[in-house]
Design a protein around this ligand. Structure first.
Ligand SMILES: [Fe+2]
Ligand SMILES: [Fe+2]
Length: 292
């Protein structure tokens, strides 16, 4: 386990969303929203402008977003983090682009709701997990972890790191509802993570490829799973970037700049319903929402 911040009871924070709706979420069920990699200004505007309404409309108790590409497609800044949190994200996860904006390193010291992958070595700034409470007082644990195949930098064993942290959250902090963002390139690593954590966390959802998969399911132990949530970014694009320079790069092998694309933004993610007393998922549904 590496550098994870262990927030104890005293440090748990209430998520500040006075208008958090419970349209569909009642009784012992908690409804989580997770949105995949937010790409550049188009992606973050779509999320920031609409998240408060979506939370009400969809009855979301707790929203998590992956912000690793929210600053011009590369990393995240402190200002963008604040904007996303103010818009109603309870937690922001990241991935391999976490350090691309230099100001974020110091900001990690001050903001426990911004996560970097948990399997960084001991001593790395920031944390890979956090426990917060919903407005109704339900503790939710979020773990961010990164794969090691076709992705940089090489980090510590993600399976052992996530497993140990899930067990710690359950046994030491008494947290039942746990969401895992598995930031990885390969579906095999993501599915393996889901299977390893089945019955130990509420959901394992992949990020990083920017392409939503259609394999949402609940594993036998009660863990909701989706290989990749997809991105929140321009649809007419290649993974959120303008098409033409990437095509040119592939055709000519010449270095190019890859600006973030424009136009209609596809917002992609999942909604997971979890029994708050057992931590088991009861439903997983993909979010497919296009924003003009
Ligand atoms: Fe990534
Ligand atoms: Fe990404």
């Amino acid at each position: 386990m590496s550098g994870n911040l262990c927030l104890n009871e005293g440090l748990r924070q209430k998520t500040a969303s006075p208008d958090m709706g419970r349209t569909f979420s009642e009784g012992s069920m908690i409804r989580l929203l997770f949105l995949g990699d937010i790409v550049g200004e188009p992606g973050r505007k779509a999320v920031i402008n609409n998240l408060p309404d979506w939370k009400k409309e969809w009855g979301i108790d707790f929203a998590i977003v992956n912000g690793e590409n929210s600053a011009g497609g590369r990393g995240i800044t402190s200002k963008i983090s604040i904007d996303l949190l103010r818009a109603g994200a309870a937690v922001i996860t990241t991935g391999d682009h976490v350090w691309d904006q230099h100001d974020i390193v110091d900001y990690f010291e001050t903001e426990p709701r911004l996560l970097r992958p948990i399997n960084y070595p001991d001593g790395t700034v920031g944390a890979g997990s956090v426990v917060l409470e919903t407005q109704s007082g339900i503790a939710v644990g979020v773990i961010n972890v990164q794969g090691r195949t076709f992705i940089q930098p090489p980090l510590e064993n993600p399976f052992r790191a996530a497993l140990a942290e899930a067990e710690r959250l359950r046994s030491e902090e008494g947290v039942q509802v746990i969401f895992v963002d598995m930031h990885a390139e390969t579906t095999s690593e993501k599915i393996a993570m889901g299977r390893i954590l089945d019955g130990k966390v509420s959901a394992v959802v992949g990020t990083h490829t920017h392409v939503q998969t259609a394999d949402e399911q609940i594993f036998p132990g009660g863990t909701a799973f989706l290989s990749d949530a997809g991105m929140c970014g321009p649809l007419e694009s290649i993974l959120g970037r303008s098409i033409e320079p990437i095509v040119e790069r592939f055709l000519t092998s010449t270095p190019r700049r890859f600006p973030v694309a424009k136009g209609v933004v596809g917002v992609r993610g999942v909604i997971v319903d979890v029994d708050e007393t057992t931590g088991k998922a009861t439903k997983i549904e993909r979010v497919v929402e296009d924003v003009e």
